[in-house]
Design a protein around this ligand. Structure first.
Ligand code: SAH
Ligand code: SF4
Length: 427
């Protein structure tokens, strides 16, 4: 979502005649897009703003510091802005005000939420093969650990005409893969009865000729049978779902205000597997939520075994100022959280290796992005979102290749190209 927002603002700046440079030294305006979901990204922003302030002090000519996104929406970010002399501050709901901000007197601050944010259709980035399209902004859930409802506001679906027009433009520009974005894409259309629901929108988007269609993120509560049916009927979507569970213990789920319980999640997974026999399922898990006992944590490990996730994004609970869990509960010692995370990572590695090995010998379609870190290989991902490496000699540039998987590690599949499906694309 942040990448999409960065692209949106960059397009606005380009339309204004801005030229982009590689280093801070060459720039006269630096705009930092921020994340506030955990403490770590906030620390990164703090140190970056410190460096930028030093640069500003060194400069004789004007040097403008900007900050946008979720952290800018929070008091925590506004305090940083004061401290480090930020000249332009745009909250996550006001990023399209960049032109106005730079046209007037500085400092400029706007932390409002404006529906016009989605009137802008950024042109497709040249030469790329995959792109994001925002479906819905904000979140109507109230998970007690999470800043998002405060930073991105309530759910607002984008007008379907805009979504479809944007996708059409992307397809015409040669984009092969579109990822539909939202904190909770499954609730698309709930705020306007004249809009299609997510299941129908998925079908409509696929009908525009998108070769590969993905979506993030899904909330288990909004993952209806209608959506499962739409996925099963839409070959462009493939059999990949990211469905954050967060915890395996009902007690913790309740304290997180996750609305569902363990059994409900398992039932959704069973239903998904029934409709999508080759399902690749990934999740998000938070370890060390306040009050999580060893027994609660064991239930998360058990749930992992019961589901057999292909992969997981695993986070140590980060107490975020202003969230209900920060106000109400006491954080537990870091060592306990780190130790639990390590045990969970071990579990994830075992499962990822086993699940990835099951792909050895199978044909996949790899969307190759470019050179891998490993010399002699290029990297991409297949229709189930596995990262895949193939020899550079067999896939000379970005494009779509058919490959057979020959080897698997917990993090990667290694393949051999059997056919070039679509060659081309710049970067
Ligand atoms: N809307 C999405 C994801 C939002 S943030 C969803 O509900 O699935 C992405 C992930 O960050 C979450 O799924 C959660 O696992 C993690 N996260 C959010 N707040 C966190 C916090 N305070 N500490 C640790 N992890 C957090
Ligand atoms: Fe945050 Fe929960 Fe909303 Fe996801 S569903 S953005 S975790 S409040």
């Amino acid at each position: 979502m942040n990448e999409y927002d960065t692209h949106l603002v960059a397009s606005e700046l380009a339309a204004r005649g801005a030229a982009f440079v590689e280093t801070v030294e060459e720039a006269n305006f630096v705009l930092v897009n921020t994340c506030a979901v955990r403490g770590k990204p906030v620390e990164k922003v703090r140190s970056l703003l410190g460096q930028l302030r030093k640069e500003k002090e060194r400069r004789r000519e004007p040097f403008v510091i900007g900050m946008m996104g979720c952290l800018a929406s929070l008091e925590e970010g506004q305090e940083l802005a004061d401290r480090f002399g930020v000249d332009v501050l745009l909250g996550a709901g006001a990023i399209h005000k960049i032109d106005e901000a730079l046209s007037g007197v500085l400092p400029y601050r706007d932390t409002g939420f404006y529906p016009e944010i989605d009137e802008i259709i950024p042109p497709p980035p040249e030469g790329t093969l995959s792109a994001y399209v925002t479906l819905i902004r904000g979140c109507d859930h109230h998970c007690t650990y999470c800043v998002v409802p405060r930073t991105r506001g309530p759910e607002i679906s984008r007008h379907p005409d805009l979504v479809l027009k944007e996708v059409e433009q992307l397809v015409a520009a040669g984009i092969l893969e579109v990822t539909l974005l939202g904190q909770n894409v499954n609730s698309y259309g709930k705020d306007d009865p004249s809009y299609p629901d997510f299941a129908d929108l998925l079908r409509q988007v696929a009908a525009l000729g998108v070769r590969r269609l993905r979506f993030v993120t899904s909330h288990p509560m909004n993952f209806s049978d209608r959506i499962i049916e739409a996925i099963a009927e839409t070959p462009a979507v493939g059999q990949y779902v990211h469905l954050p569970v967060q915890a395996g213990s009902d007690r913790v789920l309740r304290r997180m205000a996750r609305e569902y319980r363990r059994d409900y999640y398992l039932e959704r997974v069973a239903r998904l597997r029934q409709a999508l026999p080759d399902l690749v399922l990934t999740t998000d898990i938070i370890v060390g939520f306040p009050g999580e006992t060893e027994e609660d944590f064991q239930q998360t490990l058990d749930l992992y075994d019961e589901v057999g996730f292909d992969n997981a994004y695993m986070f140590i609970y980060s107490a975020r100022p202003g969230t209900p869990s920060y106000e109400r509960f006491r954080d537990m010692p870091r060592e306990v959280k780190v130790e639990r995370l390590q045990r969970l990572i071990e579990k994830q590695k075992e499962w990822s290796l086993a699940r990835n090995r099951a792909w050895v010998g199978r044909q996949v379609e790899v969307l190759v992005r470019g050179p891998a870190r490993e010399a002699g290989w290029v990297e991409g991902h297949d229709q189930s979102n596995h990262p895949v490496l193939v020899p550079a000699a067999e896939a000379p540039g970005p494009g779509l290749y058919q490959a057979v998987i020959e080897q698997a590690s917990p993090h990667l599949l290694f393949g051999r190209v059997t056919k070039t499906l679509v060659a081309g694309g710049g970067s």
